[in-house]
Every structure is written in C-alpha cells, then in structure tokens.
Design a binder for this molecule. Sequence first.
Ligand code: PGA
Length: 253
Amino acid sequence: MRKKIVAGNWKMNLLKEEAIELTSEIVKLLQTETSNADQLLIAPPFVYLSSVIGVIKNEKRISVAAQNCADKNAGAYTGEVSAAMLKSIGVTTVIIGHSERRAYYNETDAMLAEKVKLAVATNLQPIFCCGETLSQRESNTHFEVIKEQLANGLFQLNAIDFAKAIIAYEPVWAIGTGVTASPQQAQEMHAYIRKLIAEKYDSDISNSTSILYGGSCNEKNAKELFALPDVDGGLIGGASLKAQSFVSIIKSF
Ligand code: PGA
C-alpha cells in the first residue's frame, strides 16, 4: 500500500531559535498524539537543517527534507547546495519544482529533471511538485499543464527510480491564498495523475505512488482532503509553522 505522508514546508520563515522551538514543540506534541500517517517530514530552510535534525534525533517518525537542491553535482556554482551535501548531513528528502521556485527563480522543467536525477542518484527521496496557475485552470488547460510538468520533469526516471518519488499536486491559485481546491477538484486531478503514472509505468507503480495535496491545507480541511481515494497526504505551508496546527493535520489520518 502507498504511504500516507504529511510534510511541512516552512519556506523562508523563522529565525534559528524559532526553528528549534517549533521542532521541539512538534516532537513534544507527537509524544502524546496518535496518527496513522506513515511518514512525517519537515522542510526547514537550508541553514537550519542540521539543527532540526539534531532536535528530532529521538523522534523516529519525523525526517527532514530540504526545500530545494542544485541541478549540478559539485563545482563552481556559488550559492548552490547539492543533493549529495544534503544527504551527507542526514537529510532524507528534497522538495523539487515548487511553484515558487518555478515562478520566482525561473526553474525550468529541464533543470527540474536534472535535480530529480541527482536526488535519486544520491538516495534522496524527491517530492516533485506540479500545479497549474489560476489562468491555466480558467482556460481549462490544467490537465495539459500537469501532464507536461510530469512528462518533462519526472517521467524521465526509469521505473525503479520513479518508485522512490513522491508527487505533490499544488494548484498555484491555492498556495498561501486561503482558497483550497475543493475535494472534487483535488480528487479529479490526483486520479488523473495516477492515470498518467499507470500509462507511463504500470498500475502497480501507479497504485503505490503517494500523491500529496498542497495549497491552503489546514487543520479544518485536512481530514476531508486526506480521506479522498487518491489523496495520500499533504504538503503544508503556512499551517506547518504552528506546532499545534501541524500536529492536528497529522492527526487527520
Ligand atoms: P500553503 O503552502 O499551505 O501555505 O498554501 C503550501 C506549499 O506551498 O507547499
């Protein structure tokens, strides 16, 4: 069976002490809470990764993800952080192709394909993000957009490597806006993504791929979204910055 996953994407928020405090609070709350989630992740900014890994060391249910990695292996790329560097400090997972990276840092599908390749080669689990903008949805091209993003950024992997990846469907119009995709919209797109995976690989791989929903997912709507047949959890932005909200979302499973 595919894994139920909740991942918190902190984006560019918090100072060091706050990051440590938030992690400690999450760890503390989880000691007394139960959840059927199989995998919990938090994705702090690069500079806090090691500190956060230190705080969670006794909480085996949580692992740490990076929000990005370089599309190059090593060398003269000032300011970049490679997948291998992340792996070497104990990071297990990396978010690749978040819409903010695509929109503000001009990350192309070709760059994302390189990042995915390097992550998998390094044994980092990629969370590959896809999602359409509001105008793409309004012009009814959202299925095509998702198909292209997956075909160009992720489906270059062979079946063995693809099976290591997680997909996050994050409609851009729902990210940080308080407007969540309706359960129907989420289910429809997740089922479509699953169909694309089955066509590209096979139905076993498709049925065992975790597809997360992201975009204004919070403690109020998580239960309904996570109960949908093709939604296997969430990539949580804003609501992952408060321990209580994040743990409530985790408890939605
Ligand atoms: P949000 O962000 O939950 O704040 O909408 C989700 C994301 O961008 O991963």
